[in-house]
Ligand binder design. Sequence first.
Ligand code: PSV
Ligand code: MN
Ligand code: MN
Length: 409
Amino acid sequence: MRNLEAASMTANGVGELARVTERVWKALDEFRIEVPSWGFSNTGTRFGKFVQASAATNIEEKFADAAQVNVLTGASPTVALHVLWDLPGGLKDVPAIQALEAKYGVKSGSINPNLFQDQEYKYGSIANPSAEIRGKALKHLLDSVEIGRELGSKDVSMWIADGSNYPGTQSMRRRIDWMSEVLGATHAALGPDQRMLVEYKPFEPAFYHTDIADWGMALELARRAGPKAKVLVDTGHHYQGTNIEQIVAWLLHLGELGGFHFNDRKYADDDLTLGSIDPYQVFRIFHEIVSASEDERAHVAFMIDQSHNLKGKMEAMVQTVVSAQELYAKAALIDQSRLAELQQSCRLVEAEECFRSAFWQDVRPIVREWRQARGLAVDPLAALRESGYVEWAAKERGSRNAGSVSSYA
Ligand code: PSV
Ligand code: MN
Ligand code: MN
């Protein structure tokens, strides 16, 4: 791919620029990424919490914040909900959520069951040796499916925190069957437009083994459960150096990629803003998506799974959506047919240059033009600052945020 500015200097270049611009605008028009309700409230690490005065203190404020991010970016019309945190009354809370959807103009996105907080889950939820506790976990999953159906939300997104801390203390094999049984029963309850996404994670909170540690285990469990079960890739849930884009390529190829939880990390499941540590990795993942067929990528859900304790929550969320849009635009710049030719003829350096020169292009001017054409804020972060929304929220919510301090940042 030629430099965008250089391309515009020649007659051929003008044509090429128009084609590239069209491709990028189309990609941006289609790009949607869901924000997590838990990214707007005060959370912390296991060592403590630094309270932000402007953080959302209830579900209405989470909807308000999510709506604001959508107004600024034009890319996040849905918000992921966490059942126990956002619908503590379960199904009874559905009408209240529907009222918030109508009021704020954002819809409920994926429904996240919570199988990790209850004391009874000390030795696991769906992989617990106790049939009674597994039954309780199944009931919660079935409630989550019903909540999803009532809200018209497509995905029930499952992170299973089960595992053990010491070798020999649990039968990893028996636990496979127990999980299969519960996931199969959950699948049987899904409505025609619903899916269940199975997330994997090789570490934390368990320290020796986690029951769904990698994409192979998630895939096998999803397949056993049924055709509406797919794999969810959380970018922070891999060992250092894992080739995540290769996992993505495989899952796309198999038609088993349900979606992503996007975040960045330096060490473990750090939940940092997307692309803050390794934007090239995000670009490589997006390339796999962009280069897949429309069919293959049609049902891949993009979600953010981040929760910030130092950065302002609204700023971090807007920054993440904007970074995602920019990195997706970069992936859309790649001339796919040229790349395929170069790969086929093993012209390695040219292929690599074709690929990485797209990454090195500054797409911000094109993205700005697109925002302007779509009536969006040209610079969403600056617009957030100018709107005074965060200061307003800090005044409104400050007293409700325990120990609220002088500033939100
Ligand atoms: C815990 O690792 C986690 O970050 C998982 O990624 C879940 O998706 C998320 O929490 C919400 O439950
Ligand atoms: Mn996740
Ligand atoms: Mn995580």
